[in-house]
Each structure stands twice: as structure tokens, then as C-alpha cells.
Design a binder for this molecule. Structure first.
Ligand code: ATP
Ligand code: MG
Length: 254
């Protein structure tokens, strides 16, 4: 069953066609990779899915529902969470507060309950706190809960972003270059973490330039070049696809 599908999605910026009629489908429970050279349109695809920009043309469906016209917070509420290519945390807030900042979409008590400090509100606060700490535990950052986010190592900041995304209880987690800037050990840990997330029945779609990572972790790989999808398949098929090799190495004339 497809959890996510794009059909003929196009996005232009001025005269530049960043995404040119891309159609693709991600199966529920899969770890899907999106690869391609710099500027291929990968992050633009993620921005389109998560509602931060709108397609000029085409349709995006999540769990059978059109995402057309939805604002980012509504897409999160439906069960799509993301991390960013460039880390976006509140560096002066604590690790825990950064995770809590992702939890608002699941709060049900209204403003009145909050102002009156009704028991329902206090119970909800407790549950949210518990959930945030559980996600920190899951990514291995529970002991650092009170540290300033900006004081964490680069790899830990990336994992904190994942914890924040998980705290929104997603069905689909979208990771934009999660191993970017990580050392070998951190990358190996991240591979384990991605597998553990999938084991929680969360579908994953990730952009990554680290081919070892993509080939080891992903069930299916989509390859973009110049805004178009040029290949799709199992990691092994992709590795040996001449079109893909050419996209990465450039045309060899002699
Ligand atoms: N908001 C924007 N305004 C104008 N041009 C944009 C915008 N966002 C992306 N682009 C352009 O669209 C093209 C695709 O960009 P995108 O960020 O999707 O590439 P990418 O595949 O993620 O590349 P990288 O691997 O370098 O992150 C690039 O030429 C980029 O400059
Ligand atoms: Mg990008």
C-alpha cells in the first residue's frame, strides 16, 4: 500500500524548473532514498510534500488524502514530520524544550483549559513531557535533556531534530541529509536508529549523499537529475544503472 504518492508534480522558481513532472510512490513500511547531484530538486520535493511550498502542477497524496493547499502544521497533524538539510533548532533552548516545541500539534486541550489550569490540561502536559523524554531516550539523548541544544555536537543536534520530529507521532518521517556532517561512528549509529524508527511502523523517506548509507539502509531508491526522476529501483539496480552512473560522474567523452 502506498503511503505517499506524487503524480506529475512540477515546481518552477522564476525561469528555473526545480521539479519537472515527478511521479513516485512510497510503500508503507519502506525506507525510501532520494538521491541525485546537487541542485537536482530533492529538497524541493520535500518542501512540496511538507507544505512549505506549493506545486505549480500535479498532485501529492498522503495516506490517500490530497495534501493540496495544506499548511505545514496541517501536514504535520496528518502524520508527516521532517528534519532539515541545515539544522533548525532553537540553540539557546534546552534539548527537552526543543523536543516539546514539536509536540504542540498533538495537544487537544484548548486555551481556556490552559488558562484555568484544568486537570485535563495538567494531565496532558505530563503526557507530553513523558513522550518528549521517551523520544530523547529513543535517540540516546535523555541524559542531555537540560543542556542547551546549541552546545551539542553536530551529530547529536541531528539526532535531536529527529527526536523532535518523532514527538509529533508521524506515520511518515522525512529526513533531509541526516548523515550530513556526521563522522563514521555517528553515521553507523544513525543507520541503526533509522532501522529502529522503521520498526516502529514509521515509513521513512530520506535524502542522502552518503551512498554507503543509502545502499545499506534503503529498500527503494529514487534518483533525480535536473528536476526529473531518472531512475527508481532496489539499491543494487540503481548502483549499476548506466544513467545514474552518468548523472554522478558526468559524461566521459574519451
Ligand atoms: N526557494 C527557492 N527559490 C529559488 N530557487 C530555488 C529555491 N529552492 C530551490 N531552488 C533551486 O531549485 C533547484 C533545486 O534545488 P534543491 O534544493 O531542491 O536541490 P537539491 O537536490 O536538494 O540539492 P542539494 O543536494 O545541493 O541539497 C536549485 O537550482 C535551487 O537553486
Ligand atoms: Mg537539498
Amino acid at each position: 500500500m502506498l503511503i505517499l504518492s506524487l503524480s506529475s508534480v512540477t515546481k518552477t522558481f522564476g525561469g528555473l524548473v526545480a521539479v519537472a513532472g515527478v511521479s513516485l510512490g512510497v510503500e508503507r513500511g519502506q525506507i525510501a532514498g532520494l538521491i541525485g547531484p546537487n541542485g537536482a530538486g530533492k529538497t524541493t520535493i520535500f518542501n512540496l510534500i511538507t507544505g512549505s511550498i506549493r506545486p505549480d502542477d500535479g498532485h501529492i497524496f498522503f495516506s490517500g488524502r490530497s495534501l493540496a493547499g495544506l499548511k505545514p502544521h496541517s501536514v504535520v497533524a496528518l502524520g508527516v514530520a521532517r528534519t532539515f538539510q541545515t539544522i533548525r533548532l532553537f540553540p539557546r533552548l534546552t534539548v527537552l524544550d526543543n523536543v516539546l516545541s514539536g509536540c504542540h500539534c498533538r495537544l487537544v486541550s484548548g486555551v481556556v483549559a490552559a488558562l484555568l489550569r484544568l486537570p485535563s490540561q495538567r494531565l496532558e502536559e505530563k503526557l507530553v513531557l513523558k513522550r518528549a523524554m521517551a523520544e530523547l531516550e529513543f535517540v540516546g539523548l535523555a541524559e542531555r535533556w537540560s543542556a542547551e541544544a546549541g552546545s551539542l555536537s553536530y551529530g547529536d543536534q541531528r539526532r535531536l531534530e529527529i527526536a523532535r520530529a518523532l514527538a509529533t507521532e508521524p506515520k511518515l518521517l522525512i529526513l533531509d541529509e541526516p548523515a550530513g556532517g556526521m563522522n563514521e561512528r555517528e553515521t553507523a549509529n544513525l543507520m541503526d536508529l533509522v532501522g529502529q524508527i522503521r520498526d516502529r511502523d514509521i515509513t521513512i523517506m530520506l535524502i542522502e549523499h552518503d551512498m554507503g548509507f543509502v545502499m545499506r539502509v534503503c529498500h527503494r531508491v529514487f534518483v533525480m537529475e535536473n528536476g526529473s526522476l531518472i531512475a527508481e529501483g532496489a539499491p543494487l539496480e540503481i548502483q549499476t544503472n548506466p544513467r545514474v552512473i552518468e548523472a554522478y560522474l558526468g559524461r566521459q567523452d574519451d
